[in-house]
Design a protein around this ligand. Structure first.
Ligand code: F6P
Length: 344
């Protein structure tokens, strides 16, 4: 019997509650552990804000979006005596191992704390799917489905009005959502952070389609895509969060104006924003999150610290946290080439 902590950090993501439920169900019922849930990511550990998690108070949450624990982008390494306070808080609660559920930032903190002697296990979460050492993160599948549904809807109105539709999706450093949803939704141009793009080239694709008799076009753009002309991302705010990220947003509107000006075709932009992160997870994400939760509590129970559970092919494996957070996983060039066959 051990005392296991769990936190959810960074942007929320469909499937977080499925991980929490799985950790608690197996942790309590099979191992006889006590599970302590920290509120609002690393902030809850810093301030020792927590709740006891039981099979009873985590039942009925499998299908719910968001996280019952709350989340934040608090970075203990940017807080006064942050590491010391994290250690003191975990010692006070007699936590044997902390399960951190998060993306590159949250797990980056977990990895650094591990080198400081803190017992941690990581679970990969991000709708962006840009975490290394795992084939997929949970939340990504749900986000792609939401974007695909939106693109399908935009198709019919684009067709009725002979318009170009620009769809801005999330994806700060990697264009996984744009590429998957673009392929699934039949995007005529897909713009991703990995490949700075030429606006004139995008307009050429659209003109080419129209010359070939098509009356509408769909452009899918990741929020972190970079126009060659400015070689910078489009940010909606200058200030950065505690991990140094600016708030992205606006590339879709910028493209809307440029495409209409350069081609003369009526153009509209849609920004899907946080709709992509909200609501119920797909069955795929519920299953993946459940498998990750079970693997994480097994890993913690084996005292196998400094690891992240990961999807490799069809199997769940343990990998080193440092392998997961060292570099970002960007879009596979082969996959992008598949998408390109359908451009223009
Ligand atoms: O990290 C995932 C993500 O969805 C990014 O694609 C996006 O830039 C960011 O979260 C926005 O999150 P928030 O509005 O919570 O800062």
């Amino acid at each position: 019997m051990a005392r296991i902590g769990i936190l959810t950090g960074g942007g929320d993501c469909p499937g977080l509650n499925a991980v929490i439920r799985a950790v608690v169900r197996k942790g309590v019922n099979r191992y006889g552990h006590a599970i302590v849930g920290y509120r609002d990511g690393w902030r809850g550990v810093l301030n020792n804000q927590r709740m006891n998690l039981t099979p009873d108070n985590t039942s009925g949450i499998l299908h719910r979006g968001g996280t019952i624990l709350g989340s934040s982008r608090t970075n203990p390494f940017k807080e006064e005596r942050g590491v010391e306070r994290v250690k003191a808080s975990l010692t006070e609660e007699r936590i044997d191992c902390l399960i951190a559920v998060g993306g590159e930032d949250t797990l980056g903190v977990a990895d650094k704390l591990h080198s400081e002697g803190v017992h941690v296990v990581g679970v990969p979460k991000t709708i962006d799917n840009d975490l290394s050492a795992t084939d997929f993160t949970f939340g990504f599948n749900t986000a792609v489905q939401i974007c695909t549904d939106a693109i399908d809807r935009l198709h019919s109105t684009a067709e009725s009005h002979n318009r170009v539709m620009v769809v801005e999706v999330m994806g700060r450093h990697a264009g996984w959502i744009a590429t998957y949803a673009g392929i699934a939704g039949g995007g005529d141009s897909i713009l991703v952070p990995e490949r700075p793009f030429d606006i004139e080239g995008v307009c050429e694709h659209i003109r080419h389609r129209h010359q070939a008799g098509r009356t509408f076009s769909i452009v899918v753009v990741a929020e972190g895509a970079v126009p060659l002309e400015t070689s910078d991302v489009v940010a909606s705010e200058e200030s950065t969060d505690s991990f140094g990220h600016v708030r992205l947003g606006g590339i879709g509107v910028m493209l809307e104006k440029e495409i209409e000006k350069r081609t003369g075709y009526e153009t509209r932009a849609t920004i899907l924003g946080h709709i992509q992160r909200g609501g119920t997870p797909t069955a795929f994400d519920r299953v993946l999150a459940t498998r990750f939760g079970i693997a994480a509590i097994d890993c913690a129970s084996d005292d196998d610290y400094g690891k992240m559970v990961s999807l490799r092919g069809a199997d769940i494996k343990r990998v080193s946290l440092s392998d997961a957070v060292g570099t970002l996983k960007t879009v596979d060039p082969g996959l992008y080439e598949t998408a390109q066959v359908f451009f223009g």
